[in-house]
Design a protein around this ligand. Structure first.
Ligand SMILES: *Cc1c(COP(=O)(O)O)cnc(C)c1O
Length: 370
């Protein structure tokens, strides 16, 4: 690593979280590693999740699925979102499963030819995103797809409020149960839970859960996960600024007295959005504020005393929880980690020690990094 700004990913924690999901849900775990493993690195997370017993991987698009196949993953793989009919031959060839989510999608797929296509029926039970709404349409799609030689191996739905509204979730589940019954087909995979439901919702119909954010240790309502992700940068300059001067673009912060100002090499192009101005980072046992506007590549922080250049600043991690940061920024943990850009080096840890690192931008360019 050259620029000392990195995301740390604890692979032991990821494995433990997968085992926790399997134990708490009593179901097979489908590890959701879309959006490059929520920004942490799809392949590293996938390998750990599979080592811990996950039975399938799920991603959001054909591109993400092909990336995993190209990197050598040959096991069960499901795309959760939309796919175009023209991609079906490729999906068949690569054994990538897709949702059938509407009568019009099914029509287009059948015109393309579906022999050997792995299909999961997507049921809309109240999310009102993708999915069949009517049991009659589901029954018809299942029988037409089967007739055309597709392997209808799964059926699933997605909860809208698993973390906040048990009654809403229970109502969605009832609609799902009725759809499964109406489909009248021996599905291998029946799944409705996201992370929160995997840990907290019980049912006796589904046999798999789709575990996403919980892999990384974040949950609203369940306390037994281990945080797996943190973000750091390193002070490269410390100087004393006299009273009455301003810091950064727009001169939005003015020193009241001589102040120790440090600069760290991280900015909004790394995913540390400008709204972080005024929030704190953790450095040498102190919580210190970000002063002035966050720049594209650099951020200034105000130290209580002169600290050494080279001191490491935690943006979030053991001392500043991502949940707290998400609350400050009026967003959710998912958004923060998935927006940490490919410019930030990912450092993977096992047994408390760094074991490998990966920089997506450098890797794309073929830069050899020692
Ligand atoms: C992203 C996603 C998940 C995972 O949700 P988490 O809340 O991260 O566990 C599960 N199912 C579908 C359909 C998704 O899009």
């Amino acid at each position: 690593m050259h620029r000392k700004t990195w995301m740390e990913v604890d692979l032991d924690a990821i494995e433990e979280n997968i085992r926790t999901a399997a134990r708490e849900s009593g179901k097979d775990v489908i590890a959701v590693v879309k959006a490059d493993g929520y920004g942490t690195g799809d392949l590293a997370v996938a390998e750990s999740a599979l080592a811990a017993g996950a039975k399938m991987l799920a991603v959001s698009s054909v591109e993400e699925a092909l990336i995993l196949r190209t990197r050598g993953y040959e096991g069960p793989l499901l795309i959760l979102g939309h796919t175009d009919a023209e991609d079906i031959p490729l999906l068949i060839q690569k054994r990538i499963a897709v949702p059938a989510y509407s009568a019009s999608w099914t029509d287009r797929a059948l015109r393309q030819g579906c022999r050997g296509l792995l299909v999961h029926i997507k049921v809309d039970t109240g999310m009102n995103r993708i999915g069949f709404r009517e049991n009659r349409e589901i029954r018809e799609a299942v029988s037409r797809l089967k007739e055309a030689g597709a392997e209808v191996e799964g059926i699933f739905t997605h909860f809208a409020c698993a973390d906040t509204d048990p009654a809403f979730t229970a109502a969605q589940y009832e609609r799902f149960a009725s759809a499964v019954q109406a489909a009248d087909h021996p599905f291998r995979w029946i799944h409705c839970d996201n992370s929160e439901a995997s840990l907290l919702f019980r049912d006796d119909l589904s046999n798999a859960c789709r575990f996403g954010i919980g892999i990384y240790g974040f949950s609203e309502g369940y306390r037994g996960l281990r945080h797996a992700v943190s973000l750091y940068s390193t002070v490269f300059l410390v100087k004393q600024i006299p009273a009455g001067e301003t810091i950064g673009y727009g001169a939005t912060y003015r020193t009241e007295e001589p102040e120790w100002i440090a600069t760290i090499p991280i900015g909004y192009a790394d995913g540390l959005i400008r709204k972080n101005q005024g929030r704190k980072v953790y450095i040498n046992g102190e919580y210190v504020p970000i002063v002035g506007r966050v720049c594209m590549d650099q951020t200034m922080i105000r130290l209580p005393y002169r600290m050494e250049e080279g001191s490491v600043a935690e943006i979030f991690g053991p001392h500043i929880s991502l949940e707290e940061m998400a609350e400050d920024l009026e967003t959710i943990t998912y958004e923060i980690i998935s927006l940490i850009s490919g410019r930030v080096t990912r450092v993977y840890r096992r047994n408390g020690k760094p074991v490998s690192e990966f920089n997506a931008r450098m890797s794309e360019a073929g830069v050899c990094s020692e």
